[in-house]
Design a binder for this molecule. Structure first.
Ligand code: HEM
Length: 183
């Protein structure tokens, strides 16, 4: 049990770096998927998708570190003022977010590999493809990636709204636990 009110500095950095990368990847994917067309601006759309992939694949590496850190450094407890039901809801929401951190990069990579394209990391190297080009797989993972991206959008809005509610309405330490340290 973590007696401190605050996450460790490493956990805080991992949280905020991954938040920035994840939201940037989401916005770039959303822009490409909904506002760009190969018929009108093919090479630009290709560059934008490439940027989306090169950023988003880093989530896989950061997540491995984050899960290791989470198991070796327990999270601070939720406030006593929260009802058991709200605590369960908060834990379920966090679990769902962790699931998305795995499911989105995984379906994204499978989507690219199934089309015969690479899954590049920071313009440095490609992840080794786990599957060969396969249109039957594309038919499953393409809609899955898109549906998951919408579901995570809703989850993120809920997560951010909950953090603000804790801070401004309940006036407890939940948001500060991700931004401050013991004095
Ligand atoms: C951080 C994880 C990721 C997030 C949050 C994310 C989010 C999104 C979003 C919001 C879209 C647009 C969906 C729509 O059309 O409405 C999208 C499309 C796409 N994503 Fe991802 N994605 C992630 C990871 C990946 C990865 C790792 C790859 C491949 C290596 C990938 C490949 C693609 C491709 C190829 C598209 C289609 C773009 C288009 O058709 O213009 N994604 N993604």
């Amino acid at each position: 049990m973590n007696k401190s009110l605050y996450y460790t500095r490493t956990a805080q950095w991992l949280h905020w770096i991954m938040a920035v990368i994840f939201i940037a990847a989401w916005l770039i994917g959303f822009y490409s998927g909904n506002f760009l067309s190969y018929d009108v601006d093919g090479s630009f759309k290709g560059d934008v998708i490439s940027l989306h992939k090169n950023i988003a694949t880093t989530i896989i590496f950061l997540l491995v570190v984050r899960i290791f850190w989470r198991y070796t450094h327990p999270a601070p407890s939720l406030p006593e003022s929260m009802s058991p039901r709200m605590k369960t809801l908060a834990h379920a929401g966090h679990l769902a977010l962790y699931f998305m951190l795995i499911a989105l990069p995984l379906t994204g990579c499978l989507y690219s590999w199934s089309l015969g394209y690479p899954a590049p990391v920071l313009y440095l190297f490609n992840l080794p493809p786990l599957i060969a080009e396969n249109s039957a797989v594309t038919a499953i993972v393409k809609p899955l990636h898109i549906w998951l991206s919408w579901a995570v959008g809703i989850l993120l809005v809920g997560h951010i709204a909950a953090a603000f509610k804790h801070h401004f309405i309940d006036k407890d330490h939940v948001l500060k636990s991700m931004t401050q340290q013991d004095k």
